[in-house]
Design a protein. Structure first.
Length: 251
């Protein structure tokens, strides 16, 4: 099989997944967007968290041209991205009981805020405890996960639950367990993960929905513009000044 044919198969697989979440998750996307709009309207702050490669989708909605200026990254040292050495440490930390409590205790999160938690499997201790403890604080939680993992894997949290069990809204990425879309006889392992593509698209759909919901209420959505277009820096400076008490990535 030619390399170009494999590339085409991956694009086809990703497109099918995107079409599936568009059609099957429309109500949940609408609910998540409305929840974000409610939080903004009521003076709450917005945060996003993801561990490992799930952090890519979280980072994609923070300080992003065309995105909501109020979305902040909730970081956990050692698990955001693969820059920690060794990279396997991040995976190990996701399984540590109690880490989420320590992170939340040191974070600015408070009642009335909203936290987006991204975890493909949703089975590890960190995302499960993050959701449980955040809700106990009075924080609304949007979970982005593959619900299939809950029926095909075992939870690694002492409660036996998954991220999906502790959210106000769940966005199901529909990613198959293992996150690999292609197989080939000559290659022993499945390959070509699509979770980042789908998860990022889901979250951008939610952000677009939230912006529309705010506009529908007669409020100007606190959006950022590209710094590479004329007037972009001035626009962003105004937005950041107006909402400075809810933006933490400048501090």
């Amino acid at each position: 099989m030619s390399d170009s044919k494999l590339a085409g198969q991956f694009f086809d697989a990703a497109i099918r997944l995107l079409q599936r979440v568009r059609d099957e998750c429309a109500e949940d996307v609408e609910a998540a967007g409305a929840l974000i709009a409610d939080t903004v309207t009521e003076g709450g702050r917005l945060f996003a968290f993801g561990a490992g490669h799930s952090s890519l989708a979280a980072q994609d909605v923070v300080y992003r041209a065309g995105g909501l200026a109020l979305m902040n990254l909730l970081t956990v040292p050692g698990v955001v991205g693969v820059d920690v050495m060794p990279a396997t440490l991040g995976s190990a930390l996701e399984r540590v009981d109690g880490l989420a409590s320590a992170v939340l205790d040191c974070s600015p999160l408070r009642a009335g805020d909203l936290l987006v938690i991204i975890s493909l499997s949703g089975r590890n201790a960190l995302p499960v405890e993050m959701a449980m403890n955040a809700r106990a604080l009075g924080v609304k939680v949007i979970g982005v996960t593959s619900v299939a993992y809950a029926s095909e894997t075992t939870s690694r949290h002492v409660s036996g639950t998954y991220l999906k069990d502790h959210c106000d809204v769940v966005l199901d990425s529909k990613i198959a367990v293992g996150d690999a879309e292609l197989t080939l006889d000559a290659i022993e392992a499945p390959f070509a993960p699509a979770s980042t593509v789908v998860t990022s698209a889901l979250l951008q759909a939610v952000m677009a929905t939230a912006a529309g919901a705010l506009a529908g209420r007669g409020l100007e959505p606190p959006l950022l513009r590209s710094g590479n277009v004329d007037g972009g820096h001035e626009w962003n400076g105004r937005v950041m000044t107006e909402y400075g008490d809810r933006i933490f990535y400048r501090r």
